[in-house]
Design a protein around this ligand. Sequence first.
Ligand SMILES: [Zn+2]
Length: 576
Amino acid sequence: MARSIWIRALWYDDNGIAPERFLRMKFFLLLFCDKMLRMQKIITTDWAQKNFSNFALRHRGLREEGAMYHRSFATVCCLIAAIGLISAPAGAKKKLYKEKKAVLEWLSQPEVMERFGKISDALWSYAELGLQEYKSADLLARTLEREGFRVEKGLAGMPTCFVATYGSGKPVIGILGEYDALPMISQKGRVPKRDPVLEGAPGHGCGHNTMGTAGIAAAIAVKRVMEQYGLKGTVKFFGSPAEEILVSRPYMIRAGLFDNVDVVIDNHASDKFGTRWGVSGNAAISVIFTFKGKTAHSAGSPWEGRSALDAVELMNVATNYLREHLFYTYRMHYVIIDGGEAPNVVPDHASVWYYIRNTDDRIEEMYQRVLNCAKAAALATGTELAEVRVLAAAHQKHSNRALAELIQENIELIGMPEWSEEEQAFARALQKELGKEEKGMPTEVDTLKGPEKPFVGGGSTDVGDVSLIAPTATVRFPGRVPGAIGHHWSTVACNYGSAAWKGLIAGAKAMAATAIDLLTRPDVLAKIRQEFEEHSSKHPYKSLLPENAKPPLDLNKEIMDRWRKLMAKYYEEPEP
Ligand SMILES: [Zn+2]
């Protein structure tokens, strides 16, 4: 419509007649517009042919000159393109606007990589379990404070949960960051065979040390550019503890921490550089079943006792039979965290900790069936199902497509980091040790992924809940060796040192560039929000947590208190 108005204005005078004296000028102007529009793919060649070439046919004299004009236009374009190619920095596939250029340049400085790399390595050395991340949260929060963020700590009932804010007003862009470790998988960094720092101690087997750090690096880079160019809006970093046990986000949402956030950019360490949209992963309920029985002499008068351990074992037998009749998207695993204290005393207390996982639409029914197994076991053993304690519950992740497309654009712009010969050699050595293909580190970024078809479920993240209250997508950044196993010493080995530093900076760049787009391109933000509003009208958020659930602050306390003393001598203490 707009196009036809300006063409008419050029073409005709007030009486709808084209005055002869302007014909030549108009013709060249139109040829130029025709070229530009065709190049921009705004009009089709057919449309241009009809509107411009007919005109040239009617004015034969101009036709010849027109052909010449086409040739000179092409020559000038070639020259401009050639100059552009020569002067463009390597890897730049698109012209950058100044704010995005500034954010990427800041993160590209070697001293910036070193600063955040050392913070990531320090978190790796602390390897604190969920809700025990006191040193990790403190280092990240201090770094943000030093950069001028307002930091609120101890939020949503969790001492290691914090939110750092810079700026004011809309839009509000959230960046997520995690920093908890996993038990039992201690390992030396960049050593390609099993070699624990401390046998049995916790380790960063999912890369959360790099993720919390990538998140603050992105937030700080964005803040600096907002300041430099006077960009309006707010950037918030959500320090999210205990992701490995799926704890923090549902409680953070309940506490209102995400109210008024327009878009959330999440990140996760990976062996790829990519993102996806649509539903992924499984919903999960983490729950401890505790049985109470009666003690007795296990040999002298066992008939006097009622074994709580029997109830746990019978419950597990029942749930293992249940597997056959669950829809294939399920996952279910448990550990017996209390099985009594001595064989010669019938145990009067026993507990089993379950992870129950399935799709959003199947999780609650599955949970009820597992609960029935517990009740039946209590009945059969004459014990009591004394407590059902839900520790955490999270939805599947519903990643926003428009946001994922924007992230993908930035990932392609940034490109895969260049790995050194030493990093490639480590990757091949680790792959050899694990019996995997010795292909080294990846060289190409991933393509944009959609929902898995058929859905094969798998792991869970409490980011799922965030994705139902604000448009969310995850930047997966590289650094892990392809073939390294998650929650395993091989991944702990990858999350320390130079390749991890390069990966986390690549992730920070993708997040920061996306945040800058969201702060400067209201049309893109509006599209993301619109998609989210439509999605949430179909999938309104309702927490899977029982109303009385509280963050399980005690869960890892004992284990961590024990390890802290032994691990302290390996701690790294960088500048914030
Ligand atoms: Zn993880």
